[in-house]
Ligand binder design. Structure first.
Ligand SMILES: Nc1ncnc2c1ncn2[C@@H]1O[C@H](COP(=O)(O)OP(=O)(O)OP(=O)(O)O)[C@@H](O)[C@H]1O
Ligand SMILES: [Mg+2]
Length: 139
């Protein structure tokens, strides 16, 4: 388990970049933490490390955004979904089985679908600071 502290959005992007550098093709990352914790901010860093040039925006409405990079990135946001059946209908399993990296905000909602080797990132809000813990990868 790696524990890191971030006192700014820029630092959170940098943590994402560090994590992105150690991800293998096909990796699945579950991002957990409350609204505004910095999950999407982390994804911006991960995207940078994967060589995605397009700016990453929150997929809250689209649910899944895919980006082309040296390694492709699938960015999923399950905030709006509750029922496992709805989540299953997204086709996550197919995405996760592919060569790209799949990063899932509110990944705990898809717990039953996550592979055993999914990387868990938990972000806790501590005033303006964020405590980021990473399990399953060593950035
Ligand atoms: N240390 C920090 N790390 C990350 N974001 C921070 C930090 N301090 C302040 N912020 C601010 O908190 C907000 C985090 O937003 P972000 O969209 O990344 O969160 P999120 O977890 O994806 O939220 P949501 O659950 O709505 O998807 C941004 O406005 C960012 O500037
Ligand atoms: Mg978000």
């Amino acid at each position: 388990m790696t524990r890191l502290e971030s006192t700014s959005a820029e630092q959170t992007v940098e943590i994402g970049r560090r994590l992105g550098r150690v991800l293998r093709a096909g990796a699945v990352v579950s991002l957990e933490g409350p609204l505004g914790a910095g999950k999407t901010t982390l994804v911006k860093g991960i995207a940078g490390a994967l060589g995605v040039e397009e700016p990453v925006t929150s997929p809250s409405f689209t649910l899944i955004s895919s980006y082309h990079g040296a390694t492709d990135l699938h960015h999923v946001d399950l905030y709006r979904l509750e029922a496992l059946a709805e989540i299953e209908d997204l086709g996550l399993e197919e995405l996760m089985a592919g060569e790209g990296v799949t990063v899932i905000e509110w990944g705990e909602k898809a717990e039953a679908l996550l592979p055993a080797d999914a990387i868990r990132v938990r972000v806790a809000i501590d005033g303006g600071a964020r405590a980021v813990s990473i399990e399953g990868a060593a950035p």
